[in-house]
Design a protein around this ligand. Structure first.
Ligand SMILES: Nc1nc2c(c(=O)[nH]1)N[C@H]1C(S)=C(S)[C@@H](COP(=O)(O)OP(=O)(O)OC[C@H]3O[C@@H](n4cnc5c(=O)[nH]c(N)nc54)[C@H](O)[C@@H]3O)O[C@H]1N2
Ligand SMILES: Nc1nc2c(c(=O)[nH]1)N[C@H]1C(S)=C(S)[C@@H](COP(=O)(O)OP(=O)(O)OC[C@H]3O[C@@H](n4cnc5c(=O)[nH]c(N)nc54)[C@H](O)[C@@H]3O)O[C@H]1N2
Ligand code: SF4
Ligand SMILES: [Mo]
Length: 749
């Protein structure tokens, strides 16, 4: 292995060793089942090769031996009797019925290839739509599959691509980079690294990191930093556990985030407590931003957000005064309809205070390889992408700057056949009817127009039961090898196979095999190991070398803008049109969007739709994460289901009394579009005007067939209250900004 300046961790033991009767294999977690992270794990297998126990790896700097419930319960997932274990097919006219025929992998691959290739010959490659769910280990493999087939219509199956993409797109537009909080995760020696500083302030915004461990952040890093002196501010409609430990808790009305951020900017600018040198030297459009936020006085913002003006002032002052400040933002920022201006205002908080690429502030770590946003872009001609990608003609931003197609427009296209008819679908790592998609009845009818649908999953799901013509069984991570090199966390990890279940194949194997049949030149590797080694070629490591030595850490430098390390031309500054951080966005202006942050009332809402508010008098946010459940997964897993057996709606005790409900009652949560059943949980952590409810519910134990209720989906899925309506840019959604009423479920319902 060549010396490229990587740092490796000393391992006391080899990759595999014996402990009593068991074999222990070191590795990194990743999907399936779902999670965004890759904690260091020790996987214990018995003499039959069965996974029996998982422990945290103390040597791994990422999680330092800690694991959460989902990895501890992993053997129950991997060995579950309801895992899909072999490929199956079903005649199109039998969709929705539990009427499957077992087939071999060869038959499955041949059937899919014959169908997809015939459609490509007849209608052109854009007639196939490829869907993935959240950031599992899928983006490189599904994008390469779609693009090597020739279709630009790869998409993340969410309305308004409302998960991470708006935050990433917004940051890239304004600064050419994506910013993460600096918790020392880029250093193998972590908190002991001499270059790192403890962040003075962590502003946790619409994120609950100790539960969700989302987007590359291990939640315990926040508490690790708090033990070392960091203070926190929390922006959330609910007094979360972290909020109860905060310096300032800003309990806002859901969906008013942009107004709150503009109020904080107003205070910083009025009081002159931002970093003037940084702004003068490195930012563009500050005067315009100052003018825009001048109307957002704390008093005005109080009336919009329900957050007291004094708290807004206190939060702005504490953030600006901190030595090293982080904005730890979450998906709530993406799930407000006008998400780009909200994200723009929130990122301006760390930009005008100069918390950019500094220790304990925000950092933009290089990845070992940058392929997470898509691998194989060169396989599809740019003019095809420009002309044919769905959503480009409706949303100029999608044409100018977005890799995926717009899912909202994909739904419209499925229904109207415009601008052309979609014929087939490839759904891998997503369960849109139970979780990802709003308006599941509409989603079902739209997808059902496709002539041919392939689903790749671990378990039978409502989506597979309703729609799949071919269903392929995927591996969980202990059943496969893999790499993790491209997600901005600055380290290379390997996923190491320890067990085998049925005939399951990994997503990488499936896509390599399919890809060869679509376009052999684009997939020249004999095995996935060869493919991983190819991907690693710029690192000087082969895949087996990575497995032995992982995790591998890249060298890291702060203040890259001063050193010419951000720009392709090697000059100081940022990779934007003006070379500066653009508080006034030249790209937004070019694609017809407002170049400055703004606030728009969430729709529906108490202000935007007062008539609806009379009928549906509670503000509703959905989908706050639960520790034992990842989206629609884990409902079959005994120890995890026991942690959260039923879908819950949380409300203030006064709200429950007002609607004749008691803690533990079953209630309907309803708006004009539909209703879902929830168990009432009363809590003082919520304002009496606001409720919070779980998402992604179905009951795997309920009857499966569509005519029998599709695993109780129509009683359980809260997304029946939500519509496919993104913001003006095509990004953003109203998953977390709804209105509802609640009433008791009657006996027999
Ligand atoms: N109301 C509401 N709805 C929401 C949200 C919300 O906050 N509120 N959040 C949204 C967000 S942010 C997201 S990202 C989406 C997530 O939505 P999705 O990512 O689509 O999540 P799931 O619906 O659980 O579907 C994932 C499917 O992938 C399967 N799977 C897991 N691991 C693997 C694997 O390695 N390989 C394969 N082939 N399959 C695998 C699982 O069994 C499951 O059936 O949901 C969204 N839906
Ligand atoms: N256990 C578990 N972990 C997960 C997931 C899972 O399903 N289960 N899903 C993964 C995925 S795909 C994602 S995107 C991440 C998301 O993880 P997070 O970003 O942490 O998102 P949520 O838990 O949906 O919401 C975070 C907080 O936002 C608050 N909130 C609700 N509405 C608003 C609002 O309008 N404004 C503000 N400021 N706050 C609001 C909620 O009360 C909650 O405390 O989690 C990932 N991790
Ligand atoms: S965050 Fe939890 S589920 Fe995810 S890899 Fe780490 S321990 Fe496993
Ligand atoms: Mo997400």
């Amino acid at each position: 292995m060549e010396d490229r300046g990587y740092t490796f961790v000393e391992h006391e033991k080899p990759l595999r060793y014996e402990e009593g009767d068991l074999t222990v294999t070191r590795g990194s977690a990743w999907t399936g089942p779902g999670c965004h992270l890759g904690c260091g794990v020790l996987m214990y297998t018995d003499e039959d090769g069965r996974l029996v126990k998982v422990e945290g790896d103390r040597e791994n700097p990422f999680n330092q031996g800690r694991l959460c419930a989902r990895c501890l319960a992993l053997p129950e997932v991997v060995n579950h009797e309801n895992r899909l274990t072999h490929p199956m097919k079903r005649a199109r006219e039998m969709r929705g019925k539990d009427a499957w025929e077992r087939i071999s992998w060869d038959e499955a691959f041949d059937l899919i290839a014959d169908t997809f290739l015939a459609l490509r010959d007849q209608y052109g490659p854009e007639c196939v739509t490829f869907w993935q769910g959240t950031g599992r280990d899928i983006a490189p493999w599904i994008t390469r599959l779609a693009w090597s087939y020739g279709s630009p219509n790869y998409t993340v199956a969410l309305s308004g691509t409302a998960c991470y993409a708006p935050r990433i797109a917004g940051c890239r537009v304004s600064s050419g980079a994506f910013w993460l909080g600096d918790y020392s995760q880029q250093f193998a020696d972590r908190y002991d690294n001499p270059e790192w500083n403890v962040p003075g302030m962590i502003l946790i915004w619409g994120n609950n990191p100790v539960v969700s461990n989302s987007d590359g952040l291990y939640g315990h890093w926040v508490t690790d930093c708090m033990k070392r002196g960091s203070k926190i501010i929390v922006v959330d409609p609910k007094r979360t556990w972290l909020a109860s430990k905060s310096e300032v808790f800003l309990q806002l009305r859901p969906g008013t985030d942009a107004a709150l951020a503009m109020g904080m900017l107003n205070v910083m600018i009025e009081e002159g407590i931002y970093d003037k040198d940084f702004v003068d030297c490195w930012c563009y459009g500050f005067d315009e931003l100052a003018e825009r936020v001048s109307a957002f006085t704390p008093e005005k913002v109080e009336s919009i957000t329900w957050v007291p003006a004094d708290k807004i002032r206190a939060a702005a002052r504490a953030f600006a005064a901190a030595d090293g400040a982080i904005v730890q933002w979450g998906v709530a920022v993406d799930m407000t309809k006008e998400t780009l201006p909200a994200g723009q205002a929130i990122s301006a908080l760390f930009e005008i205070t100069g918390n950019v690429d500094v220790p304990g502030g925000m950092i933009a770590p290089p990845s070992i390889l940058y392929y997470a946003a898509g691998w194989g872009r060169e396989l599809i001609p740019e003019e095809i992408r420009q002309q044919k990608k769905i959503g480009n003609d409706v949303y100029p931003l999608f044409k100018a700057a977005m890799g995926p197609a717009s899912t909202d427009e994909t739904i419209n296209t499925l229904e109207t056949g415009k601008p052309y008819k979609l014929r087939a679908g490839w759904l891998q790592t997503t369960n849109p009817l139970a979780c990802t998609g709003p308006d599941p009845k509409r989603t079902l009818a739209a997808l059902d127009t496709l002539e041919f649908i392939v689903v790749v999953d671990l378990f039978m799901t409502p989506t597979a039961m309703a729609l799949a013509d071919v269903l392929l069984p995927a591996c969980t991570f202990p059943e496969r090898d893999g790499i993790r090199v491209g997600d901005g966390v600055q380290r290379g990890e390997s996923i190491n196979k320890v067990t085998t279940i049925g005939e399951c194949k990994s997503d990488m194997e499936i896509n390599l095999e399919m890809g060869k049949r679509f376009n052999a030149d684009a997939w020249p590797w004999d095995t996935v190991e060869d493919m991983f080694t190819f991907i690693l070629k710029d690192t000087g490591m082969t895949f087996p070398e990575l497995q032995e030595n992982a995790p591998a850490y890249l060298p890291f430098t702060y203040k890259k803008h001063e050193k010419g390390l951000f720009r392709a031309d090697g000059k100081p500054g940022f990779e934007t049109g003006t070379g500066r951080i653009e508080l006034w966005s030249t790209l937004y202006s070019m694609v017809g969007l407002d170049p400055l942050p703004y606030f728009e009332e969430p729709v529906p809402g108490p202000v935007s739709t007062p008539d609806a508010y009379e009928t549906y008098p509670l503000v509703l946010t959905t989908g706050a994460r639960q520790l034992g459940l990842f989206h629609s997964e884990h409902r079959q897993v005994p120890h995890l289901r026991a942690m959260h057996p039923d879908p819950v709606i949380e409300m203030n005790p006064a709200t429950a009394v007002r609607y004749g409900l008691e803690d533990g009652d079953w209630a309907w949560v309803e708006n004009e579009r539909g209703r879902a059943k929830r168990r009432v949980r009363t809590t003082n952590a919520l304002d009496p005007r606001v409720c919070s409810t779980d998402h992604a519910w179905w009951r795997p134990e309920a009857p499966a067939a569509l005519e029998d209720g599709l695993f109780d989906l129509w009683n359980m899925n809260i997304n029946q209250l939500i519509t496919w309506t993104p913001g003006k840019s095509g990004l953003g959604s109203n998953y977390k900004t709804l209105l509802c009423r609640v009433y008791k479920v009657r006996e027999g319902e």
